[in-house]
Design a protein around this ligand. Structure first.
Ligand SMILES: C[S@@+](CC[C@H](N)C(=O)[O-])C[C@H]1O[C@@H](n2cnc3c(N)ncnc32)[C@H](O)[C@@H]1O
Ligand SMILES: [Zn+2]
Length: 287
């Protein structure tokens, strides 16, 4: 996969384009980044030390995989599949790509790739970007037909300008300027944020980190003047979670790092729970 898609990458150190040489990608100014055994490319400059808590760790990712595989967020997946098909209608250029920022286990990106099979957009290169090496390792192992990169979206997306037909961001950090830079003139940015009542019953029962009531407003302000909002689709439904899923949905999220022993015990003792799943899918295009 990397061989066919390496020309879409740009060097995070100098902006030059890359070629594959053996088990490395090398830019025209000879900056070299190795291909990991599991198949991802780490494009974080090697001098950069990340704090322990940056990016999802292995335990969070395993919980996320178990939870997502349970299909509890399927209505969101269906909406993303539809949106991906609508967003990528028409012919695609050879340098076109689709990318997910903060791709985690690669679950949503793989679903989108699958939804585009049989359309012209199946020719796009597919990239997943995450700051977590554990995420890149897991997702590269699970989805061999997608290229996974380790990079920090706040420092820049290591992909060429103007070629992203689709940029997906699900519950992950955002950089509107970078999103606008990589976006193709007909491309779409699809951002999913939690609704303010997302998993509300769990949040109040276990005193988890709460979604900011004005999260959407803050993010729209952030995008203002950079990208234009073209669609807003709220998704809300009740979901019944068995005990394992209750544990996993807590362990996979930001609360996992802040749980008291008491809360952990309460979660472990929970048998099952019905709660609200609530998302807002926001679609943007270039100004
Ligand atoms: C809440 S998870 C969502 C993962 C995936 N989109 C999903 O919904 O299953 C957020 C992801 O963003 C990644 N992440 C955090 N900070 C990042 C950054 N600065 N650049 C790129 N990825 C980042 C984390 O490692 C994690 O995988
Ligand atoms: Zn370079």
């Amino acid at each position: 996969m990397l061989q066919q898609c390496a020309s879409a990458l740009v060097c995070p150190l100098c902006g030059a384009s890359f070629e594959v040489e053996g088990r490395s990608v090398v830019c025209h100014n000879r900056h070299t980044f190795d291909l990991a055994r599991s198949g991802y490319v780490n494009l974080l400059p090697s001098t950069r030390k990340l704090a322990e808590t940056v990016g999802d760790n292995q335990e969070m990712l395993s919980a996320r995989k178990r939870f997502l595989d349970g299909g509890y967020f399927d209505p969101l997946v269906d909406a993303l599949r539809r949106s991906a098909r609508e967003s990528t209608e028409g012919p695609v250029e050879p340098e076109g790509y689709a990318v997910e920022v903060g791709s985690g286990t690669g679950y949503y990106l793989a679903a989108i790739k699958d939804a585009l099979a049989g359309t012209p957009a199946e020719e796009l290169c597919f990239f997943g970007i995450d700051i977590s090496k554990a995420a890149a390792r897991m997702s590269a192992g699970l989805h061999k037909d997608i290229t996974f990169l380790v990079a920090d979206v706040h420092k820049g997306i290591p992909l060429g300008s103007g070629n992203a037909r689709l940029l997906l961001d699900v519950f992950a950090p955002r950089s509107p300027q970078e999103f606008a830079r990589v976006l193709h003139p007909n491309g779409r940015v699809v951002v999913v944020i939690p609704g303010s009542d997302h998993l509300g019953e769990l949040v109040s029962r276990f005193d988890l980190l709460q979604v900011h009531g004005d999260k959407e407003e803050i993010m729209l302000k952030d995008f203002e003047g950079t990208l234009r909002l073209t669609d807003r689709t709220p998704i809300q439904y009740d979901v019944s979670l068995p005990a394992q899923a209750v544990q996993d949905v807590v362990e996979m999220g930001p609360s996992a790092r802040h749980l008291s022993d008491e809360t952990r015990l309460a979660i472990d003792e929970t048998t099952a729970l019905t709660c609200t799943a609530s998302f807002v899918v926001l679609t943007f295009e270039r100004l």
